[in-house]
Design a protein around this ligand. Structure first.
Ligand code: GUN
Ligand code: FE
Length: 429
């Protein structure tokens, strides 16, 4: 596959959160799947590369969803009036138990992958279920679709229903080893260790996963300080821990830098923020889910000021939309609500900051991803916003702003991941 080419159009990216960087009628040069550079006129030395023109269209880095539950896609939009723990018992756990049946998994994961493939998301960090065959099927479907990212077989050995619980830590670890062995042939979609959260994993299981992580240098994803009832439960289950994050740290799960993603972090104590910073944990901010499951509003401004890394997640099905455009606008909106009631009056997020979180912020989980800087993976999405009418002329940056908010009227014209074109099976008319 030729992954060296040039795209022409309006280039928009956020190398820094504070502002969009816009190059009108620019040329984006891709060499061997990596960004070579952005140019206002095409340098002679690249004149021989295949050139694809997207005149008048918006060319942006692909969006990164760093927290999404694939098996929950089938019931998205249901149970939105429940709070987290009740919602897990009523909806999430019974639904996930279905993935023991491969016929069901084939159908439901097929729908999830189809929609992800046709969205503006290029990379994702995905929770599957505890079932090894269905998790491998999901990985295979994503790989075939040209998507990239991580998929995790979930670990659960306590406080879960009989039909969605592994017998004990040893059995859960054995299943994890089997899954890891079978993921060896996948190139684009790689495994990520996925203890569901402290309440559903015994100490022995968490310690076993820490040993696996150390042995195989694996990334890890889980949930942290999402909801007040959940946090109180973790305190009961793990009295020795100084905070929820410490319950993971005590079991050795936060060692090694930069490859741990923790969803939510809505109610961090001072000590917890210190751990997040020191251990270089990436926070997956999931504003829609935090609203729907009555969890609260995460202190994202504070995280950014303190140098804690943040990306965005849809958290399907706590969030009911797969769209990372929606995650951006939700992030801006809830940050405004937070500034209304937080005595510290944190400054709301700007749209460029939210865009940064959805691209370069979350992209760091996957390497150099989420920007058009030289050496970054060529993850690119092309947007045709011509159906959004405007009586007055708009600047390119304003057009992107509207495209993000009015996404239903935007057509995704093309999508590349690591320089490979992704087939869009349902170009929205
Ligand atoms: N905590 C543990 N499991 C889950 C889940 O599936 N969704 C959310 N939002 N939080 C969780
Ligand atoms: Fe989640």
């Amino acid at each position: 596959m030729n992954t060296s080419f040039v795209l022409a159009g309006h280039l928009i990216t956020t190398p820094e959160p504070k502002a969009f960087s816009v190059l009108e009628n620019g040329y984006l040069v891709i060499e061997n799947g990596l960004i070579q550079g952005c140019y206002s006129s095409l340098p002679e030395k690249y004149a021989a590369l295949p050139l694809q023109r997207y005149d008048h269209q918006l060319i942006i880095p692909g969006l990164c969803d760093i927290h999404v539950h694939a098996p929950q896609y089938a019931y998205r939009g249901l149970g939105m009036d429940l709070e987290l723990l009740e919602w897990l018992n009523t909806h999430a756990f019974p639904e996930e138990a279905h993935y023991e049946q491969m016929e069901y998994a084939q159908k439901a994961y097929g729908q999830f992958v189809h929609d992800l493939q046709n969205s503006a998301t290029t990379r994702a960090s995905i929770f599957a279920t505890l079932h090894v065959p269905a998790t491998l099927l999901l990985t295979q479907l994503l790989e075939q679709a040209g998507m990239r990212g991580y998929v995790g077989k979930v670990n659960m050995d306590r406080n879960s229903p009989d039909n969605l619980r592994e017998r004990d830590a040893k059995e859960s670890l054995r299943q994890t080893e089997e899954w890891l062995t079978q993921t060896a042939s996948f190139r684009r979609v790689r495994p990520i260790l996925t203890p569901r959260f402290v309440p559903s994993c015994s100490d022995e299981l968490l310690e076993g996963l820490a040993a696996l992580r150390k042995r195989d240098h694996l990334p890890l994803q889980s949930h942290l300080s999402e909801n007040e009832n959940e946090i109180a439960w973790v305190k009961e289950l793990c009295p020795a821990a100084s905070c929820y994050a410490d319950a993971y740290a005590l079991r050795g799960l936060l060692e090694e830098d930069g490859s741990v993603v923790m969803a939510h972090c809505v109610h961090p104590t001072d000590g917890e923020r210190k751990i997040l910073k020191e251990k270089k944990v990436l926070v997956a901010h999931c504003p829609a889910s935090n609203t729907n499951l009555c969890s609260g509003i995460a202190p994202i401004r504070r995280f950014l000021e303190e140098g804690i890394s943040v990306g965005l997640g849809s958290d399907i099905a706590g969030g009911y939309e797969l769209s990372m455009f929606r995650a951006m606008t939700d992030a801006v909106q809830v940050s405004k609500l937070r500034s209304c009631f937080d005595p510290l009056k944190p400054k709301p997020l700007s749209l460029s900051e939210a865009f940064y979180l959805a691209t370069k912020g979350g992209g760091q989980l996957f390497g150099q991803v989420g920007s058009f800087e030289k050496g970054y993976q060529a993850d690119i999405v092309v947007l045709d916003d011509s159906r959004i009418e405007s009586a007055r002329p708009l600047k390119v940056e304003e057009r992107l702003e509207r495209a993000i908010y009015l996404e239903k009227d935007v057509r995704i014209t093309a999508k590349y991941i690591a320089g490979e074109p992704v087939k869009l099976s349902t170009p929205n008319q």
